[in-house]
Design a protein around this ligand. Structure first.
Ligand SMILES: Nc1ncnc2c1ncn2[C@@H]1O[C@H](COP(=O)(O)OP(=O)(O)OP(=O)(O)O)[C@@H](O)[C@H]1O
Length: 464
């Protein structure tokens, strides 16, 4: 506390400053008396020492650390009134606690209280966010109310925070605790006053069907779609959303590629004198040679290279927002985005409106087998698409879901012992000495997102 401070702080009054800031004296639960200040980007508080404030010392010991602490509005997810009750003195060591017993009783007072909810990064693992709550007490109800109003007003100005979310919960995800995970984090959403419509899935494909059939008008009422589950579940929701809505040019079919190359001769390397096309498409597909881009351009819908065709698209003004609260067996997407495999951390990221852009990969299978009925067969993947060993492990492991994540190791070993090799899925076409990877002539068994078992699989591939 700076010198020359008015004694009025200690009598719990408030004062404003020229910048519209506000400061006042409060009791911070388990800390002691503090001077609380609100500035343009957050709250800060400073302990008041014994010489300034009666009742904050114990036998001459300053009972709160005289260091300033702060929390930014962008890190606050709720401010709520707590009923009239006790505001506690700081936690002291045992010796001090005994010495100060009588004084502490005196210092523990009943007051009006409000709590500021935010988070603190774990000191050892900064990506891991722990819930943090600061309860401030004041003898005057109106003072508490006015601070709460001011703080809530500041929070409203924090843009891009969701107010309405559609939440899909996979109850059998991972070790079968998807519902429990949602139960834990739903309290944070309630506290932050985020409305959620929750759909607990009853079968595989349930979330896909809802996302594919939901009207854009209804989707428009949500600020985002949340998956509580694993990577496979997230991909199912993503596919349900994108398959019926996203109209993007497809990669060339195998026959298109061959024909295009043949019509240009045996190589697509530009000959001297060839006109070099600096087209828009080149910007979109910088790694593909012109001959292939021409084919892709031909497939462009309505002349636009990418995007969503429907003018009533639910997220026309911005990109669609998806969130993932980890409850799966591997949770690779969460590890690559928030950096912590922790449901609370993910919930906080979602509530505080934190975002990052995630690329989705389009995988197309062209009809070449006589038994294929859908052409083309399209799937989207957010982090990984696998064929052969991966595909077989994932589809087979569904039979052993009761084993939890260990099913991947068990089934992986089983598939490995059963098969010595998988037929190559790649046909390499040499364009400009770069390799264009094309998908296989047979039906792709499945596309799944996996990451954790890389080491295990790497070992297997080395053995083969
Ligand atoms: N109620 C349900 N019963 C059975 N299967 C479901 C249900 N809901 C969703 N599924 C299916 O389970 C698949 C796998 O789910 P999810 O990704 O959540 O779990 P996981 O496989 O344990 O985790 P990870 O993908 O991280 O390994 C999803 O692709 C989805 O189709």
């Amino acid at each position: 506390m700076e010198e020359g401070r008015d004694d009025e702080y200690c009598s719990f009054s408030n004062s404003g400053d020229r910048d519209g800031g506000l400061s006042g004296c409060f009791f911070l639960d388990h800390v002691g008396q503090v001077l609380l200040s609100r500035n343009h980007d957050g709250l800060s508080w400073k302990c008041l020492d014994s010489s300034d404030c009666e009742g904050t010392t114990c036998l001459g010991i300053i009972i709160c650390e005289n260091s300033e602490t702060e929390i930014k509005f962008s890190d606050i997810y709720a401010v709520e009134f707590v009923s009239y009750g006790l505001v506690h003195s700081p936690k002291l060591g045992l010796r001090h606690a005994k010495e100060c017993f009588r004084e502490r009783l005196l210092n523990t007072q009943e007051m009006y209280r409000f709590t500021v909810h935010g988070f603190q990064s774990s000191p050892k693992e900064p990506c891991l966010w722990n819930l943090a709550a600061f309860t401030f007490g004041h003898m005057d109800l109106q003072t508490c109310q006015s601070w709460m109003d001011q703080l809530n007003y500041s929070l409203i100005k924090e843009v891009e925070r969701p107010r309405n979310l559609l939440v899909f919960v996979h109850p059998k995800s991972g070790k079968g605790n998807g519902s429990k995970v949602w139960e834990t984090v739903s309290k944070i959403f309630i506290r932050a006053k985020v409305n959620t419509k929750v759909i607990v899935t009853e079968r595989a494909g349930h979330a896909f069907d809802v996302m594919a059939s939901i009207q854009n008008k209804e989707l428009h009422t949500y600020d985002g779609i949340i998956a509580v589950g694993g990577d496979g579940f997230f991909n199912e929701i993503l596919n349900g959303y994108l398959l019926s809505r996203l109209k993007v040019p497809l990669p060339p079919s195998p026959s298109d590629s061959f024909n295009s190359v043949q019509s240009r001769g045996s190589s697509s390397v530009p000959e001297p004198g060839d006109e070099v096309h600096e087209t828009d498409q080149k910007e979109h597909y910088p790694l593909l040679p012109d001959s292939v881009q021409e084919v892709m351009n031909f497939r462009t819908v309505n002349g636009s290279c990418e995007g969503i065709e429907d003018p009533d698209h639910p997220f026309s003004s911005e990109r669609p927002r998806f969130g993932l609260i980890p409850a799966g067996s591997t949770d690779a997407i969460v590890m690559c985005t928030t950096g912590a495999r922790d449901p609370v951390t993910s919930a906080l990221h979602i509530i505080l409106g934190r975002k990052l852009f995630l690329d989705a990969m389009q995988v197309v299978r062209w009809k070449t087998a006589s038994t294929s009925t859908i052409e083309p067969y399209i799937r989207y993947a957010a982090s990984f698409a696998g064929y052969g060993f991966y595909g077989d492990v994932i589809s087979e492991s569904e039979k052993y879901r009761w084993m939890g994540p260990k099913r991947y190791d068990y089934v992986g070993t089983k598939i490995f012992l059963k098969h010595r090799y998988f037929p190559s899925i790649f046909t390499n076409l040499n364009f400009q000495k770069k390799t264009l990877v094309e998908f296989p002539p047979n039906d792709l068994p499945c596309f799944f997102v996996q990451a954790k078992h890389c080491f295990f699989e790497l070992l297997i591939y080395m053995l083969m």
